[in-house]
Ligand binder design. Sequence first.
Ligand code: FES
Length: 106
Amino acid sequence: MPTIHYTDTAGSTVDVNANVGDSVMETAVRNGVPGIVAECGGSLSCATCHVFVREDQAEALPEMSEMEDEMLYGTAVDREDCSRLSCQIKITEDMDLHVTTPETQV
Ligand code: FES
């Protein structure tokens, strides 16, 4: 089963078993993981689902769309090379993904 590990800026981690086809954002919201607001519900118009993907895993993810790239310039905490919008990361079979949530989303 895919697993997503969400770590906050204080270093606490929540490990969540995820369903294939859901997004990393949906998985967080459904499981009450703090640190992901997801105001727009995943329609790529809020940038409050910003996460930092562990660097060695960021490159292995499918490339972001132009729209996601643009939206990442509007995050509350500045984007980094490993920044993604978690509503755009789809869970795949055997995914074992580590993400860190930013200090704030708004
Ligand atoms: Fe709004 Fe991801 S939930 S952009």
